[in-house]
Ligand binder design. Structure first.
Ligand code: G
Ligand code: G
Ligand code: MN
Ligand code: NA
Length: 254
């Protein structure tokens, strides 16, 4: 569509000029309300169009291949910000399957990590479904190389696709991010509670932690705790915030 072509062209400029910024949303340890880390989320404020949401520009960047440069830019900026955080605070960054399938992408990411001085074990790469559907050599190489360097992986939006269990069988994710759809109480509260509990038990059996996403209310937090989820994320704790506000969140905790 011509609209998408225009956005792709503007995005090219934004990436080149590094006018994409990064916001951060805390990931909370549900046992004590402390902050485990922050997920980096790309933000684009266009000089004329105003905020363009990632739901719009990320899929376009994926379609055009710009996601590779965009992903590296987001990683670089997020790592730069994380340098100011306490050393035990983790950083989660989203990566698209298209990035990972890129030859030499591991080398490029590792160069940024090294340059930042951030310990690789503090970094969690969030990947969504599609990644391991038909993994090619480049993808498998990326995953094993990054893991060897100490980087962790989280399976994002878990439960919304059709083959999530196959991914869990093929690759040792450290974390599962239970999609926000499962935070909402459905018409039958007992059923949604059973699903949360089953995912949490599955994760425990596979030695993975669960992050309950999209927690907006105290009762949703209570439900996640009851299911045995270690971590939570959502508007109840905080919306994604500009980098400058991370310090305040760390001072305040939950
Ligand atoms: O930021 P928001 O909460 O609106 O995110 C919307 C979608 O865009 C989510 O699916 C999120 O994973 C994705 N997204 C945000 N930032 C990035 C990014 O830096 N890289 C990738 N691949 N996806 C991102
Ligand atoms: O797909 P991914 O999980 O990477 O993206 C996170 C997305 O979820 C972002 O768009 C973020 O703004 C959004 N988000 C974070 N917390 C909440 C929440 O509590 N409720 C809803 N509806 N969306 C949330
Ligand atoms: Mn994510
Ligand atoms: Na998610």
């Amino acid at each position: 569509a011509p609209h998408e072509a225009l956005i792709a062209r503007a995005l090219q400029t934004a990436i080149a000029n590094k006018t994409i910024s990064v916001h951060f949303q805390p990931i909370i340890r549900l046992s004590d309300g402390s902050i485990d880390g922050f997920e980096a989320l790309a933000r684009w404020r266009h000089s004329e169009q105003g905020d363009i949401p990632p739901d719009i520009f990320v899929p376009i960047a994926e379609a055009t291949g710009q996601i590779v440069a965009l992903g590296l830019l987001v990683l670089e900026q997020a790592l730069e910000e994380a340098r100011a955080w306490p050393r035990d605070v983790s950083l989660s960054v989203n990566v698209s399957p298209r990035q990972i399938a890129q030859p030499h992408h591991a080398t490029e990411m590792l160069a940024l990590i090294l340059k930042s001085g951030i310990a690789p074990h503090r970094l969690h790469l969030e990947v969504t479904e599609g990644l391991l559907l038909e993994p090619d050599q480049a993808t498998l190489h990326f995953l094993s190389r990054m893991r060897r360097e100490g980087v962790s992986f989280a399976l994002d939006d878990f439960g919304t696709g059709y083959s999530s269990l196959a991914y869990l069988d093929q690759f040792p994710f450290a974390r599962i991010k239970l999609d926000k759809a499962f935070a909402q109480r459905s018409a039958n509260a007992g059923r949604s509670a059973a699903i949360r509990k089953a995912v949490s038990d599955l994760a425990a059996a596979l030695d993975m932690d669960v992050i309950a996403e999209g927690l907006e209310t105290a009762s949703q937090v209570a439900d996640a705790v009851a299911a045995g989820c270690e971590f939570g994320q959502g508007y109840f704790f905080s919306r994604p915030v500009p980098a400058a506000m991370v310090r305040e969140l760390l001072a305040h905790q939950f």
